[in-house]
Design a protein around this ligand. Structure first.
Ligand SMILES: [Ca+2]
Ligand SMILES: [Ca+2]
Ligand SMILES: [Ca+2]
Ligand SMILES: [Ca+2]
Length: 405
């Protein structure tokens, strides 16, 4: 019994000694920010940082305390890819960014801070910080610049080009508007139709042809397209071009070069003489078909073509019959140029013109008799002049001879 009493007293004594020599050690914790309700702490929780916050400089100072005044070591268990402890002392840690924030990559970050007093298991504090968007992305034309080919026989109202424009920023920073102007505009040939997404950040745009194109009038259109976001502080724009190449189709007849065609012929002009040449060329400039020529009967005019022939390939017109006094006057020959369509995939097209031929009385033929007379007269005049001179010389000689006598 005595032994038990001693042991019991000894145990009590040991307990008292232990309580005096080893007190319980409490873990550290973040310090509350005065006047916050609900209470906030100096630990960055729910703070917001703009995505253009610079990397390096201190952005926040954590403050913690330890009931036992142990030196606190701050650490980052999660989130060290973006955040770092730049420097620290026993109660404060200065935090900076080690990588740029990017709202478009992550709108928030989880960080687990650790507070280690060296005596307790490190205290973990899980916080969230939020990234604030800035207007750091210009709107983007997907697949730009744009080039399309449009055949000139496309109907008005056809959509010739569709494209997407988008802006990856948020809110007003990503809300975009689109406009289009035509370089060297001669009127509204194209219009822009826009289908805007509900958040305003994506536009599906159609370019619609308001009128039928005409390769022979214009082969190229260039549209300047501008997109602008609605950024609060700075607005960003992007520009691109849409090139519309007009593709020729066979839709033009031949046209004549060198009109009007007027010729003079004498009724004495020899047969097979070339009178005049007509020339026509396909109006489809990029794919000219060859043309053939022919006379066309035209009862409405004095168009007797019997005296003439035309070379179907060259358009050269010849006299093929000897004219006479009865032929004098005006002739009006109607001529057609026909496109030759070797592919046979469309109808030939043609154009007509007129050649006005005036037939005059024969030009004086070369007269050898009159040439002989002219030569005779000239010779006689020459002889007469020589004779007169000889007589004058002889008279002067006689006069001088008499005076000398
Ligand atoms: Ca933007
Ligand atoms: Ca942004
Ligand atoms: Ca043609
Ligand atoms: Ca054409």
């Amino acid at each position: 019994m005595a032994i038990f009493q001693l042991s019991s007293n000894t145990a009590l004594l040991l307990l008292v000694v232990t309580a005096v020599t080893t007190h319980a050690n409490s873990p550290p914790s973040f310090v509350a920010i005065p006047g916050t309700n609900p209470t906030k702490y100096y630990n960055m929780d729910r703070d917001r940082y703009s995505e253009d916050t610079p990397v390096g400089p201190v952005i926040y100072t954590l403050i913690a305390s330890d009931p036992d005044n142990d030196a606190i070591v701050f650490g980052i268990q999660t989130g060290s890819d973006y955040f770092g402890v730049a420097s620290q002392n026993n109660t404060h840690a200065r935090i900076n960014l080690v990588k740029p924030l990017d709202y478009e990559t992550a709108t928030q970050h989880q960080i687990i801070w650790t507070l280690n007093d060296g005596n307790n298991i490190p205290v973990e504090t899980d916080i969230t910080i939020y990234v604030v968007d800035v207007n750091d992305n210009a709107p983007l034309f997907i697949g730009a610049p744009y080039t399309v080919a449009v055949t000139e026989n496309e109907h008005a109202g056809t959509t010739v080009l569709s494209f997407n424009v988008t802006d990856i920023d948020s809110g007003a920073n990503g809300r975009i508007t689109l406009s289009m102007t035509e370089k060297n505009s001669t009127g509204d040939v194209f219009s822009l139709s826009q289908h805007v997404s509900s958040d305003g950040r994506t536009i599906l745009a159609d370019i619609i042809m308001l009128m039928k194109l005409n390769f022979e009038a214009r082969v190229l259109y260039e549209l300047l397209i501008v997109v602008k976001d609605d950024g609060k502080d700075t607005q960003l724009t992007s520009t691109t071009t849409a090139t519309i190449n007009v593709v020729d189709v066979q839709d033009e007849p031949p046209y004549w070069i060198g009109e009007p065609y007027i010729a003079l012929v004498y009724d004495t002009t020899p047969v097979n003489t070339s009178i005049i040449t007509v020339f026509a060329t396909d109006g489809d400039e990029s794919q000219k078909r060859p043309v053939e020529y022919e006379f066309v009967d035209d009862s409405s005019s004095n168009s007797s073509v019997n005296d003439f022939s035309i070379n179907t390939l060259t358009g050269e017109i010849f006299l093929v019959r000897q004219l006479s006094n009865n032929s004098l006057g005006e002739r009006r020959l109607k001529i057609m140029a026909n496109e030759i369509d070797e592919s046979q995939d469309s109808n030939d097209t043609s154009s007509t013109t007129y050649v006005e031929i005036t037939i005059l009385p024969g030009a004086p033929e070369h007269d050898e008799t009159s040439d002989d007379i002219s030569a005779f007269v000239a010779t006689a005049i020459t002889i007469l002049i020589v004779g007169v001179i000889a007589v004058v010389v002889m008279a002067l000689c006689v006069y001088h001879a008499k005076e000398n006598v």
